[in-house]
Design a protein around this ligand. Structure first.
Ligand SMILES: Nc1ncnc2c1ncn2[C@@H]1O[C@H](COP(=O)(O)OP(=O)(O)O)[C@@H](O)[C@H]1O
Ligand SMILES: Cc1ncsc1CCOP(=O)(O)O
Ligand SMILES: [Mg+2]
Length: 267
């Protein structure tokens, strides 16, 4: 297990620095992403007009590119914002929502990975399997699973893309291609809501904004989000009361709680 003081320190840093997290994201979960960013302790802004994204990202601590409801104009905006973020050294988190489901999504994900220095790719197992080229299936935005070993899939994706890969699931796998972190926090209720994957990217970006090590930041973010999910599940009557509790529990999560209850195993 990695020492809980590490994720706890990052959560404290998010709360004290309150970084701005610029999102170019989908129209389904955009409000959830804004609010989970606030509950983490950071500040969200959603801006996607090509005319303003370079200006906006200049004030940000991290940039999220989420391809959930893509359009050609959004791709243009992602490239402009991503290039400016790279010039300024601002970490970029790519959420390749539904990659593999259509040619447009797959081509766009590869185009972003080729054109930009992406710090973290955060996706579900199917999405990471597609990007790794090792076999993954995606139906709509849902993972249909992967061929082979999850750790090897994530590692291959990290190596082929040159990014930190954060692959979510019952146990999250985070790797930079050499180090492997397995995050055990979370609850199956998180899989019964649309948007928990997108929110995981927002939380990851908030942590990346205050970190130098994006693999550790990604694992810490998933531990914090997963721990909020564990606590939220306790009193929930179903997916929607769980959803409300998920925001409340993350907002109320103290760094000391995370220090004690984060379950991040280094392989
Ligand atoms: N069965 C599960 N047990 C615990 N946590 C889960 C489970 N399924 C998903 N999660 C958590 O829910 C979040 C979203 O993951 P996932 O469902 O894989 O993403 P997506 O919504 O992109 O398909 C992650 O933080 C992950 O750890
Ligand atoms: C349902 C849906 N359709 C396009 S984007 C989106 C949300 C996907 O969110 P998540 O991957 O976090 O469940
Ligand atoms: Mg997703």
């Amino acid at each position: 297990m990695i020492n809980g003081a590490i994720p706890a320190g990052l959560l404290s840093a998010v709360r004290s620095e309150r970084p701005l997290v610029h999102h170019i994201t989908n129209s389904v979960t955009i409000n959830d992403c804004a609010n989970i960013t606030i509950c983490t302790g950071a500040a969200p802004v959603m801006a996607e007009a090509p005319e303003e994204v370079a200006g906006m990202v200049g004030a940000a601590g991290a940039l999220v590119l989420n391809i959930g409801t893509l359009s050609a104009t959004q791709v243009e905006a992602m490239l402009i914002a991503g290039r400016r973020a790279n010039e300024l050294g601002i970490p970029v988190v790519l959420d390749p929502v539904g990659v593999g489901a259509t040619r447009f999504r797959t081509e766009t994900a590869h185009r972003l990975l080729d054109a930009l220095a992406i710090a973290v790719v955060k996706g579900n197992a199917g999405e990471i399997g597609v990007l790794a080229g090792t076999g993954g299936s995606v139906r709509g935005v849902d993972s249909g699973g992967i061929m082979g070993d999850p750790v090897e899939t994530a590692r291959e994706c990290a190596r082929s893309t040159g990014t930190v890969v954060s692959m979510t699931g019952a146990v999250d796998v985070v790797t930079d291609g050499s180090r492997i972190y397995l995050v055990g926090n979370g609850n199956p209720m998180m899989d019964r809501l649309s948007g928990t994957g997108c929110m995981a990217s927002s939380v990851t970006a908030a942590f990346a904004a205050v970190a130098d090590d994006f693999a550790v930041a990604s694992a810490a973010a998933l531990a914090a989000f997963g721990l909020a999910g564990e606590r939220a599940a306790c009193g929930a009557r179903g997916p929607y009361s769980f959803r409300t509790a998920l925001f409340d529990e993350l907002a109320g999560l103290a760094p000391d709680d995370l220090a004690r209850e984060a379950r991040i195993e280094e392989r």
